[in-house]
Design a protein around this ligand. Structure first.
Ligand SMILES: [Mg+2]
Length: 440
């Protein structure tokens, strides 16, 4: 029994590498004992901070840190209306921090509290995106030489532009199939001619979180199939390739695409449909054995239940902080085990290092682990978050220290505040050639 209580809850807002991170720090009545949690919702970070500072903090001060389950359940309904990325991320920040504290008090890493390890390290996949299939192949080659075995490949769709004005293309542009410039004669233009004037131009010297652009499903599918053909021809079938559709194609074309890619033997095909179109996965299942991954846009375990119990997906791609932290995620992982559906927790750059540490606790403990998405952190991030999981031999490794095994240099974090962005840092709109908005 312990009588350690929550003395204070703080949010730390920092941006070490051009992605806005939200970290929650729970301080306890025990001097020097605190925990960290990831609450990063990079598109609405200050809303999450308000949900923690204005609502969870006063609700939870003085509570016994040992009672994670009760704190999660009572906080979840403390707003009466629940679910959704803002409140779930706020709750995740506290939840992960409490698991961190519990581990420190027990002198055990969190995976030991959960029952111990099912493996020594977590295989990861990394991202190779580029303007041409050859450049994607070259990036993939470099990853394979570094020991990675799983690579997600994305290529730009020729002829569809982000309406850039001389700025350098970002990874996001390449990944989402936007690039080049309107009217670039060097690019073969397949599909309809973009006539929309609704894609907002980007101005030199301004910062955009995720610029808009033009997207057309059939040219995208053709260029992606061409990429798979090229990569299998160049590297053979001894390496694993993955691909993210980002939901944007009409569902029946998604069914066709999943069938068409079967011959390339993907490790998984991700985000084929918007969460509103979950029922289309039944059609995919009846027609192809292409492995299916889905889940980063899901908010509630109740969206997940039919997908697992009817075996409509192979990999659960939930973003841990988006559903409320370790407490709900470990239950979904356990449900997945009963149906032999594997985990592949969301883990790009907008999962903070604390979030990656939390993912690793489940990756090591969960028998039905599938793979972990990894982002290669920069030097500044590694320095700001001592103890963050490391990448070696194509795997992610935990340091085995108590709790989540990670810390934050708060003085350094304060030196890298959020930068100003256009539209408050919102994702801008992607449109069809005629101007219709494309839903992710
Ligand atoms: Mg995705």
């Amino acid at each position: 029994m312990s009588n350690v209580t929550i003395r204070d809850i703080k949010t730390i807002l920092t941006e070490p590498e051009n992605i806005r991170l939200v970290i929650v720090k729970v301080e306890t009545s025990e001097p020097g004992l605190y925990g960290l949690g990831c609450a990063t919702f990079t598109q609405r970070p200050t809303a999450v901070a308000a949900a923690v500072d204005d609502y969870l903090r006063p609700f939870l001060l003085g509570r016994n840190v040992a009672d994670i389950e009760d704190i999660w359940q009572s906080s979840y309904v403390s707003s009466y209306w629940r679910n959704g990325p803002v409140l779930n991320n706020a709750l995740s920040g506290v939840d992960q921090a409490l698991w961190d504290i519990k581990g420190k008090m027990a002198d055990m890493p969190v995976y030991d509290l959960l029952g111990g390890r099912a493996r020594e390290a977590a295989p990861v996949y990394v991202h190779a995106s580029g303007p041409t299939r050859e450049e994607v192949g070259d990036k993939m080659q470099a990853f394979l030489e570094q020991g990675f075995h799983h690579v997600r490949i994305q290529v730009e769709t020729p002829g569809y532009a982000s309406y850039g004005t001389g700025r350098g293309l970002t990874e996001a542009d390449l990944e989402y199939g936007r690039g080049g410039a309107v009217g670039d004669k060097s690019l073969p233009l397949e599909g309809p001619r973009p006539v929309t004037t609704w894609v907002r131009p980007q101005e030199e010297g301004k910062r955009y979180a995720h610029p808009g652009g033009v997207f057309e499903p059939k040219p995208y599918m053709r260029s992606t199939l061409d990429l798979f053909e090229y990569v299998r021809d160049r590297f053979g079938y001894g390496v694993e390739i993955l691909h993210d559709v980002h939901e944007r194609i009409p569902p029946i074309l998604g069914v066709w695409f999943a069938k068409e890619v079967e011959k390339y033997q993907l490790f998984f095909l991700e985000d084929l449909f918007s969460p509103e179109d979950n029922d289309y996965f039944r059609m995919v299942r009846e027609q192809t054995s292409t492995p299916i991954a889905m889940g980063e846009l899901w908010n509630s375990p109740h969206e997940v239940i039919p997908m697992i119990k009817d075996r409509l997906i192979d990999f659960i791609r939930i973003h841990l902080s988006q559903i409320g932290g370790i407490t709900p995620a470990r239950k979904i992982a356990a449900m997945g085990e009963l149906f032999n559906v594997r985990t592949a927790w969301h883990g790009p750059g907008d999962t903070s290092p604390v979030g990656h540490a939390a993912n690793m606790m489940l990756n090591l403990n969960t028998y039905n682990f599938g793979i972990q998405e990894a982002a290669i952190p920069g030097e500044r991030t590694r320095e700001m978050f001592p103890g963050m999981p490391t990448l070696k031999d194509g795997m992610m490794w935990s340091n085995g220290k108590p709790g989540l095994g990670i810390d934050i240099d708060e003085k350094m974090a304060a030196k890298f505040p959020f930068k100003e962005r256009e539209f408050g840092g919102a994702w801008d709109t992607v449109r069809r050639a005629d101007g219709t908005m494309v839903k992710p």
